[in-house]
Write a protein that binds this ligand. Structure first.
Ligand SMILES: NC(=O)c1ccc[n+]([C@@H]2O[C@H](COP(=O)([O-])OP(=O)(O)OC[C@H]3O[C@@H](n4cnc5c(N)ncnc54)[C@H](OP(=O)(O)O)[C@@H]3O)[C@@H](O)[C@H]2O)c1
Length: 243
C-alpha cells in the first residue's frame, strides 16, 4: 500500500514549504488547493507524479464531501493528514459587533468542516492500518494571553479545531494515531496581503523583532509527522519566538 500524505491547503505558503521539505518521504502527496494553481504547478515540477493535486472549494459542503470521496476513490487514503486551509479574509481585524454570522460560517466551513470530514473518513482507516498522524494548523490566537481582539470568526474556528485535536487524541490513544496542533504567531505569507499595519504591529510586539517565516514553522509539522513524535499526542505546539 502506498504511503500517502494529504495536505488540505497544500497550496498555502506553509503547505508548499512543507511538501517541498517532506514530500519525498511519501509515495504520494495529495495536495489540496482552491485557487493557487501556480503553486501546485511549481510543486508538480519538483515532485512529478508523486504529487496528486486535488481542487475543492471548502466553502461548499458538496465540494468538500466530493473531495473526500475522490481521495477514497483514487485509493489515496492518507496515513498522514495535515490540515492548513483557512480563509478569514474580511474577518481579520474586524470588531465582533461588525462581524456577521456569515463571517463565522465561512471560516467554520473552510477551516473546521474539512478537518472533521477528512478525519471521519481517514482516521478510522489509519487506526485499522496500525497507525497514522493528524497535524492541524491553529494560531497563536489559541495560545496568547491576553487574548487577541478583532478576529472572532477566525479565533472561534481555530478553537473548534483544537477541540477536534483533543477529542481525536483521546479517542485514538493506544491505536497508533496521534493528533496534534501547531500554533504559530504571525508568519509572513500571502495570508497577510494588504495588511501592512497589522504586520508592523506584530513585528513590534515580537521578541524576534520580525514576523515568522514558513521555514520557522514547517519543522514543527515535520517533527509531528516523524517517527520521533510517535508518543506525542493531544499537544498544541507554540511557535511564537517567545511571545
Ligand atoms: N500567516 C500567518 O500569520 C498565520 C499565523 C498563524 C497561523 N496561520 C495559519 O496557517 C495556515 C496557512 O496559512 P498561510 O499563512 O500559509 O496562508 P495562505 O497561503 O493564504 O493559505 C490559506 C490556504 O487556505 C486555502 N483556502 C482559502 N480559501 C479556501 C476555500 N474557500 N476552500 C478551500 N481552501 C481555501 C488556500 O488555498 P488557495 O491558495 O489554493 O486558494 C490556501 O491553501 C492557515 O490555517 C492559517 O490560519 C497563518
Amino acid at each position: 500500500m502506498d504511503k500517502v500524505l494529504l495536505v488540505t491547503g497544500g497550496s498555502s505558503d506553509v503547505g508548499a514549504e512543507l511538501i517541498r521539505r517532506v514530500g519525498n518521504n511519501y509515495d504520494k502527496v495529495v495536495c489540496h488547493y482552491h485557487a493557487s494553481t501556480g503553486v501546485v504547478e511549481g510543486l508538480r515540477a519538483s515532485l512529478g507524479d508523486r504529487l496528486v493535486p486535488l481542487r475543492a472549494d471548502f466553502g461548499s459542503l458538496e465540494e468538500t464531501e466530493g473531495f473526500v470521496q475522490a481521495v477514497l476513490d483514487q485509493g489515496l487514503a492518507p496515513c498522514h493528514f495535515v490540515h492548513l486551509s483557512s480563509d478569514p479574509v474580511g474577518s481579520l481585524n474586524l470588531r465582533f459587533s461588525k462581524s456577521s454570522w456569515a463571517d463565522f460560517q465561512h471560516e467554520l466551513d473552510v477551516a473546521f468542516r474539512p478537518a472533521v470530514l477528512c478525519c471521519q473518513a481517514f482516521v478510522p482507516l489509519m487506526a485499522k492500518a496500525g497507525g497514522g498522524r493528524v497535524a492541524v494548523m491553529l494560531s497563536s490566537h489559541v495560545q496568547w494571553e491576553p487574548h487577541k481582539a478583532y478576529a472572532a470568526p477566525y479565533t472561534c474556528a481555530k478553537h473548534a479545531l483544537l477541540g477536534l485535536v483533543k477529542a481525536l487524541s483521546a479517542e485514538y490513544a493506544g491505536k497508533g494515531v496521534t493528533a496534534n496542533a501547531v500554533s504559530p504567531s504571525m508568519i509572513d505569507t500571502k495570508f497577510l496581503r494588504g495588511s501592512e499595519h497589522v504586520k508592523e504591529a506584530n513585528v513590534m510586539a515580537s521578541p524576534l523583532h520580525r514576523l515568522l517565516t514558513v521555514e520557522d514553522v514547517v519543522p514543527a509539522f515535520a517533527y509531528l509527522l516523524s517517527p520521533a513524535a510517535a508518543a506525542v499526542t493531544g499537544q498544541n505546539l507554540a511557535v511564537t519566538g517567545g511571545l
